[in-house]
Design a protein around this ligand. Sequence first.
Ligand SMILES: O=C(O)CCC(=O)C(=O)O
Length: 294
Amino acid sequence: MAMATMTRCEPFRDSLPLLARPPELRARAATDGYLLLRGLLPRDDVLSMRALVLAHCRSAGWTDVEAPMLSGRVLAGSPPILEGQSEAWACFYRLLYSRRELHAFNQHPALLAACAALFDAPVLAHPRLIARVMFPGTARWTTPPHQDCFYIGGTAQTWTAWIPLGDCPAELGGLAIAAGSHRLGPQPVKPAEGAGGHGVAADESLRWVADDFSAGDVLLFHSWTIHQARDNRSEDRLRLSCDFRYQDAREPVSADSLHPHYRGPGMEWSDVHAAWPADEPLRDYWQRMALQVV
Ligand SMILES: O=C(O)CCC(=O)C(=O)O
């Protein structure tokens, strides 16, 4: 569904300086239900991921080969591709998901260090990561207001890291957060159009925060925090991003979070890892951890 109206919308608070003061970081996380960490990741690391995803978009025939590679410009006349809605997308996603670099990015030392400071505990990076390619002109399919707890299960103290793969001005459709909404607890879920297919009510009492993002920014938020995407209003640019999930490794984790996103035929870990070296440490790393799987 097109993004819900944000009657009140303010800029994010940048919490990067609080990484040096973990008790203050945790206090802010408890108040706001989100932490924007501007420039947490080296820009070049993010742009490498952008190049990787765009190489797959180019192979899929979605982007304009005449445009600079990193621009993410959609091929004129190419119909928008929606997540989970076509064999073309499934084929693209299987190939991208099998890239070791994507799974290594989920374990970027800067992300793990930020989560360790947030949880004050050993960190589990959920192996079920998500990569998104959002086409312009698809506002009806913009990710609706929702809470991630519905999808994640396990401990409610799971946090999502939303990472734009490149600069993401508002018109490209980044993520908006309802600040403090985690304090409402889990809300009734209803079917909704857009990524995930479910949403929660977003009334006028919500205090939205949103802004432009730069490559390297990381937006962390609690699994009860209501959030939504903004429409990609650009003329011809893809919005690329990742959603990664992290939790205290000693807390319960849902078995689903240990499977690939869009698990199914051709999308089991054996498929994802098929071309990886046998001794690759990222293979099945969660099986070597003493997890409480529920
Ligand atoms: O990027 C999007 O459109 C949705 C991301 C999201 O909802 C999430 O990270 O939980």
